[in-house]
Write a protein that binds this ligand. Structure first.
Ligand code: ATP
Ligand code: MG
Length: 599
């Protein structure tokens, strides 16, 4: 009896059964009472009739005959047995001739009551005749009194009650049949009615189960505005709200996922048992691991971190050295979860944030190196200035010729410092991108020719030749002529500086694809292989003493590279120790190249 449907049917059946049984009983009892009342009335009238027609009319000797006659002529007495008893209770007349054989037994209490002057009606009593046959009768005893009120005779009338009982039994049977039919109809109708209630509930249950399995698009047709209709409507609203909420939280989660996935910092989350619950892509790159079984203890071991990293509430930050000289800053952050119910905090786990600080460290070291280099570079001319100034103060100033010599040295040292300051300022402007370029279409052929002319005197001083055969057609690039001149001059001066006397500097200008290539070749001292990738670093010099003696501070190529980068160009270097060096400047062609003529 678990389902509501069967419970409802059972309820209907019980109700109908109870109502039918109560009604049936009431009807049967009422019918029985009515029948008995009627019978009692009838028997009373018969008794009165016998008193009037027999007892009051005749002498007791004729009672028998006159009673028999009366029962023959009177239709009312036809179905009854009537007897007259004297005041002693003896039968003195009987309506049926052979009364002794027939059912003519008297109920003693009824007779006694009559003798006491009281009428009495017995609705049901069983009597047996001489042959042993049983019969159910209704009896009425009626006392006949004389003028003084003394009971003289008793009229005892009996009537067969079988017919009445049969009719009542028939009524009862009909009622039972009616009850059975009513119960069957109730069961069928109850089932149908219960179905109208339970089928929407079953449909709701089915849809709710589907929703629980993640299919959120479940909706039900609303039939009517009754309670079931309201429930269906509420279900639909709930389903809509739920799917909206889930979609929103899904979106939120996706956003978070995207943010975490694309973060350059590595994020790892562990539960309170140290098991990994989240990791982003950067971690794999940073730790250079594939699909290993990551746990908090594994990570701690990897970074050789000791101590209670799960200590609630305390954040630890440290720097560890990873593979390939990588430096990683590690932040270990324990987190707690709030239990809403008891408002208490429980350990939730640990979040580990990894930040690659290799570049940061490199920059830091470069900065330190740079400061050391600058101090060193300044130191030399400063020492010179200080030295000569002290000598002058010590009296050398009095010797004009010596003083002039010293002042010249001071001037040279100051020039070097100025040069250094200008170069540093230049580089710093490149770094902060404040250097402005006056870009225009420049003919590289005339620019290189100009540079050659400018450096001719320096070359002649060293008995060196600058050999350049300018191409006949103009070669236009887009750039700042002053800056490009600065680059070419630096490379030419390097070629002259790091070559012996009497050598030649070959300059070639070529076209290759959509670039122009300026090659500056010398037959000088050359450079070792390992130096090639460092010559563009600030303050780098292959032979410090020699290049300083040449007046160089190792910033020329660094500036040249910055300028070439700003022109979308590049510098290539080929060099062999003792044989010579070829520096190639590569410029992209101007859009106007081939369109405009030489100015
Ligand atoms: P600056 O140019 O600032 O006056 P510098 O010439 O010493 O000083 P760079 O032009 O930057 O500095 O050159 C860096 C180093 O590369 C030089 O010190 C030198 O050792 C080496 N170098 C450059 N060009 C040549 C070359 N043509 N032959 C041999 N070594 C060279
Ligand atoms: Mg130089």
């Amino acid at each position: 009896m678990k389902s509501i449907r069967w419970r409802l049917v059972f309820m209907y059946l019980s109700l109908v059964f109870i109502v039918m049984i109560l009604t049936g009983t009431f009807i049967t009892v009422t019918a029985q009472n009515r029948e008995q009342r009627q019978a009692s009335e009838e028997l009373h009238q018969c008794a009165v009739y016998i008193e009037e027609q027999v007892i009051e009319q005749y002498d007791s000797r004729y009672f028998q005959d006159s009673l028999v006659n009366l029962s023959i002529v009177s239709s009312a007495l036809r179905n009854m047995d009537a007897s007259i008893l004297d005041s002693q209770g003896r039968t003195i007349a009987c309506s049926t001739a052979s009364s002794q054989d027939e059912f003519q037994q008297f109920n003693s209490s009824a007779v006694i009551a009559a003798l006491n002057g009281e009428e009495s009606f017995l609705p049901r009593s069983r009597i047996t005749n001489a042959l042993g046959m049983e019969k159910t009768v209704m009896s009425y005893s009626y006392p006949c009194k004389d003028e003084s009120g003394k009971v003289e005779y008793i009229v005892y009338v009996q009537m067969d009650s079988q017919a009445i009982e049969d009719s009542i039994a028939q009524t009862a049977r009909s009622l039972i049949v009616a009850v059975v039919i009513a119960l069957i109809i109730t069961a069928v109708l109850g089932l149908l009615f219960a179905n109208t209630i339970t089928s929407p509930i079953a449909a709701l249950t089915k849809k709710a189960n589907l929703m629980a399995k993640g299919r959120l698009d479940q909706r039900l047709a609303v039939k009517g505005s009754d309670e079931i209709g309201q429930l269906t409507k509420s279900f639909n609203t709930m389903a809509k709200e739920l799917s909206k909420t889930i979609v929103e939280s899904e979106e939120q989660r996706n956003k978070l996922e995207i943010v975490l996935h694309n973060m350059t910092d590595g994020i790892l989350a562990f539960d309170d048992k140290g098991q990994l619950i989240h990791i982003n892509r950067s971690c794999y790159d940073m730790l250079e691991i594939d699909d290993v079984n990551i746990s908090l203890s594994w990570l701690m071991e990897l970074f050789s971190i000791t101590g209670d990293e799960e200590e609630t509430g305390s954040v630890r930050e440290l720097t560890v050295k990873g593979k390939d000289d990588k430096y990683i800053s590690v932040a270990i952050i324990p987190y707690t979860l709030k239990k809403k119910k008891h408002r208490q905090e429980i350990a939730g786990g640990t979040i580990v944030v990894l930040h690659d600080i290799t570049r940061h460290r490199q920059l830091d070291m470069m900065r330190q190196e740079f400061v050391a280099n600058v101090s060193h570079e300044i130191g030399t001319p400063l020492t010179t200035i200080k030295g000569y100034a002290e000598l002058l103060l010590d009296g050398a100033i009095d010797d004009r010729a010596v003083a002039m010599e010293f002042l010249k040295e001071i001037n040279v040292a100051a020039d070097r410092m100025k040069l250094l300051r200008d170069d540093l300022l230049d580089l710093s402007r490149f770094d902060t991108k404040v250097n402005k370029f006056n870009m225009e279409d420049v003919n590289l052929v005339s620019l290189v020719s100009g540079c050659c002319r400018q450096n001719l005197i320096v070359a002649e001083n060293k008995h060196q030749d600058i050999i350049f055969n300018p191409p006949s057609k103009p070669m236009f690039i887009y750039g700042d002529p002053g800056r490009i001149n600065q680059v070419i001059t630096n490379i030419m001066s390097n070629a002259m500086k790091y070559s012996n006397e009497g050598t030649a500097i070959n300059i070639r200008l070529k076209e290759k694809g959509d670039t122009y290539r300026l090659e500056i070749e010398d037959n000088g001292i050359g450079m070792p292989k390992e130096a090639l990738e460092r010559i563009f670093d600030r303050f780098y010099r292959v032979d410090k003493a020699r290049s300083r003696a040449m007046g160089g501070n190792g910033l020329g190529l660094a500036i040249a590279k910055e300028i070439m980068d700003a022109h979308n160009g590049s510098i290539e270097v080929r060099s062999e120790l003792g044989k010579g060096t070829t520096m190639t400047l590569i410029f992209p062609k101007s859009d106007m190249d081939g369109i405009i003529d030489e100015k």
